[in-house]
Write a protein that binds this ligand. Structure first.
Ligand code: ZN
Length: 308
């Protein structure tokens, strides 16, 4: 028996990580390739059963790629919603994993979990209203309002906000649904489609960074006006890997606000919008933070007794 132990699973598009931890200390970490739901969820469930016998963790948190059915009205709550990822539409994530480990379980998106981890241990420590934005393969957002993850009909999908385009920019965008939404204009694949180069090697002075930064600034200004958030944390392979992008976006936000929110000068905006602090550990630590939420009853997410 080990007090304070939590189990976490970060289900990613290519890799899934299972962890045992206490607070922000990860004691064991095992990675699995994300292949089919049967293979991947089965292997993770087997590992959870081993850890249950070995450690008896007090709760399980699951941070998953989306979209997933989280809302109370979903008859398939805890299942993957229709997704382009082959074989995963309808996969019963919550059912398979919670069946492997008795005790409270919470499931939310990987970006919401990362927001919780940054709130608990990282760049937004102690704040109740924050947004975590990942800019990478896609653009995703986890939103914490009043200390709780936002979950209504489902999880927020603010990466698909439509944003005004930079005048003269005729790039069609890469989002399959919207073309030029935030994800369609500012994700890694959007940068690659614009330039023929991946974001990690695109020179810092390349003109294609300007419309990307402008789209991000539009999206961030919309969040500031909508949520009155205390901090916006930027992560993801592009967002963290190319820090000049965040600097460019921040420099454009005051102009986007057009003099509204006059209490926010450049210095305040600079302090409010910050890079993520937990790096690649945000996912697994987020899963542990979700486990904590399941235990404390603070989760506006599916929390249930697993029961073997
Ligand atoms: Zn979109």
């Amino acid at each position: 028996m080990s007090g304070g132990l939590r189990a976490g699973v970060e289900l990613g598009g290519t890799k899934t990580i299972a962890v045992i931890g206490r607070e922000r200390e990860i004691l064991e970490r095992i990675a699995f390739p994300t292949t089919t739901p049967d293979e991947t969820l089965g292997a993770v469930a087997d590992q959870l059963r081993v850890w249950h016998r070995q450690y008896q963790p007090e709760a399980l948190g699951i941070a998953s790629f989306g979209p997933i059915a989280l809302g109370a009205r979903h008859v398939v709550r805890g299942h993957m919603l229709p997704t382009p990822k082959a074989g995963w539409s309808g996969a019963d994530i919550l059912g398979v994993l919670s069946g492997a480990m008795p005790g409270p379980v919470a499931l939310h998106t990987d970006v919401t979990a990362a927001a919780l981890a940054e709130q608990r241990w990282g760049a937004a420590r102690g704040l109740e209203d924050l947004v975590y934005i990942t800019v990478g393969t896609g653009v995703g957002m986890g939103i914490i309002a009043g200390g709780r993850p936002v979950t209504g009909r489902m999880h927020p999908e603010a990466g698909h906000l439509r944003v005004p385009r930079l005048p003269g920019d005729d790039f069609a965008g890469v989002c399959l649904f919207h073309g030029d939404c935030l994800e369609g204009l500012a994700s890694g694949p959007a940068i690659a489609a614009r330039t023929g180069m991946t974001a990690d090697v695109l020179p810092q002075d390349h003109p294609a960074w300007l419309p990307v930064a402008d789209a991000l600034a539009e999206g961030i200004a919309a969040l500031m006006l909508t949520l009155a958030c205390e901090r916006i944390v930027i992560g993801g392979g592009v967002g963290l890997g190319r820090p000049h992008l965040l600097a460019m976006a921040k420099a454009r936000i005051a102009a986007k606000l057009g003099g509204y929110l006059p209490s926010l000068d450049d210095a305040e905006i600079g302090a409010m919008i910050v890079p993520a602090a937990l790096g690649s550990d945000a996912g697994p630590l987020g899963a542990l933070a979700l486990a904590e939420l399941a235990l404390t009853g603070g989760a506006s997410v599916p929390a249930q007794d697993g029961g073997c």
